[in-house]
Structures are given as structure tokens and as C-alpha cells.
Write a protein that binds this ligand. Structure first.
Ligand SMILES: [Zn+2]
Length: 293
């Protein structure tokens, strides 16, 4: 039963005299770059599915928000925050019934996708898997997955799963399909839209060190509702000087690493008493979150 629940496998298929595990029926969409990636991603999707089901149970009392446009979401977030940051975005999602976690403990030997979203009943659950320290990059990933959710890309009949295997956070011009372009536009609007782009452009020109680039980004955000990390990331997309961009992002980091930021918010919103001891243990393995009931 444990295996069936954790891996979204049919229990009957495990109980047969000669067990032959069969995944429960889901509608899976894989945004894969490798033609042979789908079998690995099917396993990834099943892990995501088991985790999503558990997270959905932990917020059962909170109905998920209906669809919201990127512009309204940004407005909503800026009503209580000076900029859209990773923690404010995750906090908003949890308090609107949309769980989001970082799958820190991805199983060894299994291809690590960047992110996925799963619909459990009517509730979308977002999982970020990519290993990344900079909050600005994971904020983009979270906003992108939310873009898939809000644009209706999970509207299949059966427990839909969407896996983004390799999401180009640094160069979105490589997106080729409509869903990706739509989710990207949603993310960029939430994170700052035209204001973000014009601010990043205004920083082009001077020669920077990581210190002066970080300071210039912070200064540019002083009177604007923008996150300095997004400004540096946007500057990186325009200048393509990724070495300096990454150093400046590191210089800017005053919070914990991005996965910890995501899971600290999650921990504050999960009702641990709604999970079984086994569920808490499973969650701890996958997210490094220690919950006490
Ligand atoms: Zn995507």
C-alpha cells in the first residue's frame, strides 16, 4: 500500500501472484528535450504524483483559488510586499490553496527534471526539483509553473501531470511550443513585466564588478516594486555575461538558499496533524522538511 501510494501505482497490480506494477491512470505531458526521456520522466511524474497527493491532503481545509491573471496576481502581491520575491510568491500560493515545495531529496540515479505541476482533484500542486541556490531563478520557475496552472494547461480529465524537464531560465528565446511561451509570459509579468525589462536595459553600458552590479541593481529597485535578484537576472539575459551575473546573484543573497526558502514557507503552511507518521517521513525524505505533529 505504501508503494502504491508513494509511486501512484495501482494496488491491484502489486497484489497479483506475479506482481507487475502498473501506474494508475494519469494524463501526462512531458516537456522533454530528450527523445528517450519519457520513460525516466514517467517515473518522475509518479513520484511527483504521490507527493502532490499528500500535500493536497495537508491543505484540505483551504479551497484552491480559481484562475487569476498575471497582472492581478502581481497587483495582489504588491499590496503587501515591496516586490515579488520567492518567499512572497510561495506564501501567496499556499494561502490560496496551492501547495508548492522544493524536492530537495530527488532519488539518486533518476533524471532530475526542473519542475512539475500535478492536479489532484481540483487542486494544482507545484514541485520545483532543480538544484539552484539563487532565489531569483527559482522564483522564475515557480511563477512559470503557476503560469501553466493558471493558463489551463492542467485541464485534463484524469489527474494531470506536467513535467518541465529542462526549463531555460536564462534564455527563454529557445521556447518552441505555445504552452511554454504562455507560461513564460505569465512568469515575466508577475515578476515585473515591462518595468523590469526597462530597468534591466537602463543598467547596460558600464563595466561592473559583482559588487557594483549588485549595488546598481539594489539602487535601481529603491523606488520601484522590483526584486534586485530579478534585475540582475534580467541584466544577465541582456548582457549574456553569466559569470558576473552569477557572482552578483551570490553577492546579493542575504536569505538562505532558494530550496530552503521554498520549504520554510511550506512548513509554515502544512497542517502536520493531517499527515500520517509515514507521510511525514516520506515528506522529510523528499523535501528535507522536518514536521512535528
Ligand atoms: Zn513549462
Amino acid at each position: 500500500m505504501l508503494l502504491a501510494r508513494r509511486l501512484n501505482v495501482s494496488l491491484a497490480s502489486l497484489q497479483a501472484a506475479v506482481p507487475l506494477p502498473v501506474f494508475r491512470e494519469t494524463t501526462q505531458r512531458f516537456k522533454t528535450v530528450h527523445p528517450d526521456g519519457s520513460s525516466q520522466l514517467a517515473v518522475a511524474a509518479s513520484i511527483g504524483h504521490g507527493l502532490a497527493q499528500m500535500l493536497a491532503n495537508a491543505v484540505e481545509h483551504r479551497p484552491p483559488v480559481d484562475s487569476i491573471s498575471a497582472a492581478s496576481l502581481r497587483q495582489d502581491l504588491l499590496a503587501t510586499n515591496s516586490a515579488v520575491s520567492l518567499d512572497s510568491l510561495c506564501g501567496w500560493m499556499w494561502s490560496h490553496g496551492l501547495p508548492v515545495v522544493h524536492v530537495t531529496g530527488w532519488p539518486d540515479g533518476l533524471r532530475r527534471p526542473d519542475a512539475m505541476c500535478v492536479r489532484v482533484g481540483q487542486r494544482p500542486v507545484t514541485m520545483v526539483v532543480r538544484k539552484e541556490q539563487a532565489p531569483a531563478r527559482l522564483a522564475y520557475l515557480v511563477a512559470h509553473e503557476l503560469g501553466h496552472v493558471m493558463s489551463g494547461h492542467l485541464q485534463a480529465a484524469n489527474n494531470a501531470v506536467l513535467v518541465d524537464e529542462a526549463l531555460p531560465v536564462d534564455d527563454q528565446r529557445t521556447f518552441s511550443d505555445d504552452d511554454e511561451i504562455e507560461a513564460d509570459a505569465f512568469a515575466m509579468t508577475v515578476l515585473g513585466g515591462d518595468l523590469l525589462l526597462s530597468t534591466c536595459r537602463s543598467l547596460l553600458g558600464p563595466r561592473y564588478s559583482e559588487l557594483t552590479l549588485a549595488v546598481a541593481a539594489l539602487r535601481a529597485c529603491r523606488d520601484k516594486p522590483l526584486d534586485a535578484g530579478q534585475v540582475i537576472l534580467g541584466w544577465g539575459r541582456l548582457s549574456e555575461d553569466w559569470q558576473l551575473t552569477n557572482m552578483a546573484l551570490k553577492y546579493l543573497m542575504t536569505t538562505q538558499s532558494a530550496p530552503v526558502v521554498i520549504n520554510d514557507v511550506a512548513k509554515a503552511h502544512i497542517d502536520a496533524s493531517a499527515l500520517s507518521a509515514d507521510g511525514r517521513d516520506h515528506l522529510a525524505r523528499l523535501t528535507a522538511m522536518e514536521l512535528v505533529s
